[in-house]
Design a protein around this ligand. Structure first.
Ligand code: PMP
Length: 395
């Protein structure tokens, strides 16, 4: 008997990246396609020690159901870190711990989006957000990214004309482009958002991974007082397998997010939260983050230098100051999907850019990940890719 699925599932596809990752599982392929942190940097021994302490000292409590809001000492730690590292005031009660920051996108979809509502997203935009909001049958409007953040004139036009419910943005080392909003652009975004009935969702899983350049305050709380939600995550500074993220919001938005979270999963894993709290309390997270920054910084340097050496001059590349990705733009008219087939023959992989554009553009772009390959593989992989691009251009 055929079963009847909900309409909302009819337009949402499996993650394109997950499909690509199947192709790149072959160990002879050097893959810059995944978006994974470097597993050699996971603080395995310290997390193990933290887990043992939690088990020994609070075993039964850490196995029990707990509050939807999340473990209070962990929320306090996050609030304190915002004050110390980002210079913004956040109360522990404004933090909701979630199953990764990805769950925040689902919760925000639940509390804000009716079928057909418009979401403004960057061009290119984060695939996981496109997928998540698509489940709620959202429509998308886009705003182009310049080297220092969104095109503010375009943002104003879209805000004025689209009746959008939400603007979703990744302000630091964006996935996929690696671009970061400058202070001026942050101020500009806040000025445009202020006083509108549009929620500004600032997703910041990469903010701590800055290896060069100036730090900027988040738009939410740094520049914009109301109507903002700030998302964070332990995935890139500790380990993604813990599935721990959070949402900063207050008032009615917080109340509704808690209801949505209760309906989804009651609460985030008690054990994972307690172990993470123990880890950040007892072990030197700052020097750990420093280690990640140093390592990714070197990997990024190697990739940029290899690109300068091996890619033809007409290919444009972003120069991210942090995070895990850089973004490549081929000459107009070239297809990165077609290049992908050529690259696989040369045993190297990337993610073609078009799925990151909800308006169907971006054919000549692609994403490269530098966090999950060592320097030797980056050098060799970029050399192979450069050869592929040159062959392709010569066709
Ligand atoms: N937002 C962005 C921009 C991301 O790149 C990712 C990770 N791919 C996430 C959210 C989800 O991260 P997590 O759920 O592990 O916190």
């Amino acid at each position: 008997m055929p079963v009847k699925f909900a309409d909302r599932m009819s337009t949402v596809h499996r993650s394109f990246i997950r499909e690509i990752l199947k192709v790149t599982e072959d160990p002879s392929i050097i893959s810059f396609a995944g978006g994974l942190p470097n597993p050699e940097l996971f603080p395995v021994a310290d997390l193990e020690a933290a887990a043992v302490k939690v088990m020994e000292e609070t075993g039964p409590q850490s196995m029990q159901y707990s509050t939807t809001e999340g473990f209070q000492p962990l929320r306090q730690y996050i609030a304190d870190r915002y004050r110390e590292k980002k210079g913004i005031e956040v109360d522990a009660d404004e933090i909701l711990i979630t199953a990764g920051s990805q769950q925040c996108l689902d919760l925000l979809g639940k509390i804000f989006l009716n079928a057909g509502d418009n979401v403004i997203i960057e061009r290119p935009g984060y695939l996981g957000a496109i997928q998540s909001f698509s489940i709620f049958q959202a429509g998308f409007k886009t705003v182009g990214l310049e080297d220092d953040g969104p095109d503010l004139d375009e943002l104003e036009k879209v805000l004025d004309s689209s009746d959008a419910k939400m603007f979703y943005a990744v302000t630091n080392f964006q996935n996929p482009s690696g671009l970061t909003y400058s202070s001026e652009k942050r101020q500009g975004v806040a000025d445009l958002m202020r006083g509108r009935d549009v929620v500004f969702v600032e997703d910041d899983p990469y903010g701590e991974l800055r290896f060069m350049g100036d730090f900027h305050k988040p738009v939410v709380r740094g520049y914009l007082e109301d109507n903002g939600v700030l998302l964070g995550s332990f995935s890139k500074v500790a380990a993604p397998g813990f599935r721990l993220g959070w949402m900063v919001c207050s008032g009615e938005m917080r109340d509704k997010a808690i209801i949505a979270k209760q309906a989804s999963d009651l609460h985030t894993s008690t054990f994972a939260q307690r172990v993470m709290h123990r880890y950040v309390s007892d072990y030197p997270i700052d020097s750990h983050v420093e280690k990640i920054r140093a390592c990714y910084g070197k990997q990024r340097e190697t990739m940029v230098r290899a690109i300068e050496e091996y890619f033809p001059a007409e290919v444009k590349v972003t120069r991210p100051e942090g995070g895990m990705f850089l973004w490549v733009t081929l000459p107009e008219g070239m297809s990165s999907m077609d290049l992908f087939d050529e690259a696989i023959k040369n045993r190297v992989a990337f993610v073609p850019g078009r799925p990151f554009y909800v308006d169907g553009s971006g054919e000549n772009t692609f994403r490269l990940n530098f966090s999950n390959s060592d320097e030797a593989h980056i050098e060799e992989g970029i050399k192979r890719l450069g050869t592929g691009i040159k062959n392709f251009l010569a066709k």
